[in-house]
Design a protein around this ligand. Structure first.
Ligand SMILES: Cc1cc2nc3c(=O)[nH]c(=O)nc-3n(C[C@H](O)[C@H](O)[C@H](O)COP(=O)(O)OP(=O)(O)OC[C@H]3O[C@@H](n4cnc5c(N)ncnc54)[C@H](O)[C@@H]3O)c2cc1C
Length: 429
């Protein structure tokens, strides 16, 4: 008997969601990751399909209405395997899990939110933490965008000007403030430091007294996404009550505070369900014999450890996450089980000559990944299954790039749902 039903390698969005869904189905699950993955860089919002055609300047209002058209020209996109139902279930599951952990998520499965970005562009997402969701541009009205002298890389005047120029139905204005003590006068505060300051009620109170005189005539007040690390829901409620206005966040440059909150919420839910979580664990290799994934090995300071389970899930990301390695000689490999990677064999065609703008689908290199069937089992080049108890989820899947139409979060969630169904008959999503 193995100690674990399933070991999941990778602690990003897809690994955390797969682990939580399997733990909900009463599986004994071990989740291990070298680091936390892209989730700490993302906005914390879940993109399902934001643009079609990919180079369109108009964000989609309803992703599912455009999905078939989008997939028609993307024969290998993972959505074709998971189906739209798994996307909906994944979105619902994340909403339930995060909200239960005190991090309310807002969004309807047939509708995109249009979130303002720090540049004043529109980020279409299906689901977002309440703080970001309340900035939905489609609500219209007058919004005041607040920046701080001490926080570099967030210029509300730029965001406001760009939003206004697009005539989206919002009128935005900017104000820059000096932060109150204890972070006043800091030269270059990070979003995480500032979020910690917001956790302190006295700090918020001092800030509100400086801000309030500027808020007359505005229905919504937008802050960079720094409204607390640990008490975000309370902070949002307090600011709204003190200012008498709807308050929202705008995602800023990494490190992402909403991404960090989402990571902590998913981790807390998984641990509460009895899951085991090892962060800082590097998996060096895995063993498949007789068509069965048998074990993986991790490297620690003193020795190599072998871990066995009935099932294994690779949630190791694409090139960015470390799940796909590329070599100077043009070889592309999946480093743990040595799975075949669908990739362009000619190294000179991994990138388009112009880095941006030439190919709406993005750089070819970002589409590299492992081919799977509808159960998310990895496939050989001839289409046969490599191991029935091995599964691949998220950014490591072949045939898509998260920037192409913006489908990253949706693929992570839908593939987690597919594995939940295949491994533990967890059809609830
Ligand atoms: C900068 C940026 C911003 C983005 N913004 C958004 C957004 O706002 N909304 C959205 O929907 N999508 C966004 N995306 C896309 C989205 O983040 C990804 O599609 C999705 O999060 C991928 O998650 P993942 O879990 O599959 O992979 P990753 O997040 O890459 O996680 C991979 C995990 O595997 C681990 N790992 C890799 N190799 C090993 C090993 N050998 N041993 C142990 N662990 C290992 C890593 O440490 C990590 O924990 C963004 C992506 C990036 C890069």
């Amino acid at each position: 008997m193995n100690k674990y039903n399933t070991i999941i390698i990778g602690a990003g969005l897809s690994g955390l969601m797969t682990a939580t869904l399997l733990a909900q189905a009463k599986q004994k699950v071990l989740l291990m990751g070298h680091g936390a993955g892209a989730i700490l860089l993302t906005t914390g919002a879940i993109d399902v399909l934001g643009y079609h055609p990919a180079d369109s300047l108009t964000p989609l209002k309803n992703p599912f209405a455009a999905l078939d058209d989008f997939l028609a020209t993307r024969p290998a996109h993972p959505y074709r395997l998971t189906g739209a139902d798994a996307i909906r279930r994944g979105v619902d599951a994340l909403k339930r899990i995060a909200t239960a952990q005190g991090l309310p998520y807002i969004g309807e499965t047939e509708k995109n939110l249009w979130l303002p970005t720090a540049l004043g562009a529109v980020h279409p997402a299906m689901l977002a933490p309440k703080g970001l969701a309340q900035g939905d541009i489609q609500r219209g009205g007058r919004m005041l965008l607040v920046g701080f002298d001490e926080l570099r890389d967030f210029y509300p005047a730029l965001a406001a000007e760009n939003l206004n120029a697009q005539k989206l139905g919002v009128q935005a204005k900017a104000v820059m403030l000096r932060l109150p003590a204890p972070v006043d006068g800091k030269k270059n505060i990070t979003p995480i430091e500032l979020a910690r300051a917001f956790d302190d009620p006295d700090f918020r109170h001092r800030l509100v007294s400086v801000l309030k005189p500027h808020t007359k005539g505005f229905s919504r007040i937008g802050f960079p996404a720094v409204l607390g690390l640990h008490h975000h829901a309370q902070i949002l409620a307090d600011l709204e009550s003190e200012l008498g206005k709807t308050v929202f966040e705008i995602s800023a440059l990494p490190p992402s505070v909403p991404g960090r909150r989402l990571f902590e919420a998913l981790k807390a839910e998984f641990l509460a369900l009895g899951g085991e979580f090892l962060l800082g664990m590097h998996v060096v290799d895995g063993n498949i014999s007789d068509g069965v994934a048998q074990s993986i090995r991790t490297e620690s300071a003193s020795r190599i450890l072998t871990h066995r389970a009935d099932n294994f899930v690779l949630a190791t990301g694409g090139i960015f996450g470390g799940g796909v390695h590329t070599e100077m000689n043009g070889s592309v490999r999946e480093p743990i089980f040595g799975l075949p990677v669908a990739a362009q064999p000619d190294r000179h065609r991994w990138f388009t000559p112009k880095f941006i703008g030439e190919n709406p689908a993005g750089q070819p290199v970002n589409h590299f990944g492992v081919r799977v069937n509808a159960r998310m089992n990895p496939l050989r080049d001839d289409g046969s299954v490599i191991a029935e108890n091995l599964f691949v989820v998220g950014a490591q899947l072949a045939g898509f790039s998260w920037t192409d139409g913006r489908t990253g979060g949706g693929v992570a969630l839908a593939s987690a749902v597919a594995v939940g169904k295949a491994v533990a008959k967890n059809d609830m999503g």
